[in-house]
Design a protein around this ligand. Sequence first.
Ligand code: ATP
Length: 134
Amino acid sequence: MKTVKVSIVTPDGPVYESDVEMVSTKAQSGELGILPGHIPMVAPLEIGAVRLKKEGHIDYVAVTGGFLEVRPEQVTILAQAAEPASQIDIERAKEAKQRAEKNLQAQQDNIDFQRAELALKRAMNRIEVGQHSR
Ligand code: ATP
């Protein structure tokens, strides 16, 4: 089976490196599925899950924004934060979700509202991806 090398990198260093059969993720333009040999491209990513198909299973990584760079033999994701499912602290994410929901309900200015909305998205993404911990 053909594979493509994938690196997911954050400012703290690499969080995932592997040869995989397919990468699926959520770009700002919509869902993307990348197979080995894909034409080069760069795309901004949403807060979402990266799914990496490999030897009959799927690895899940929660990614907070950033960019996807595709070359025929290498896919690189540069993200502000990224956590493989097994490293997600679900309790922490649930607490972050509650804080964000409380901040969203409070009467606040627009910037605080947007900040809380993003915090809620990050928390929900981590809770969702954390369910796939193996
Ligand atoms: P919190 O309020 O819990 O800190 P946050 O969304 O503000 O959440 P970020 O600023 O996105 O957190 O991330 C800060 C650092 O903490 C990053 O290195 C990120 O990978 C890590 N991180 C955040 N939440 C979790 C979690 N639930 N489990 C594991 N690592 C996490």
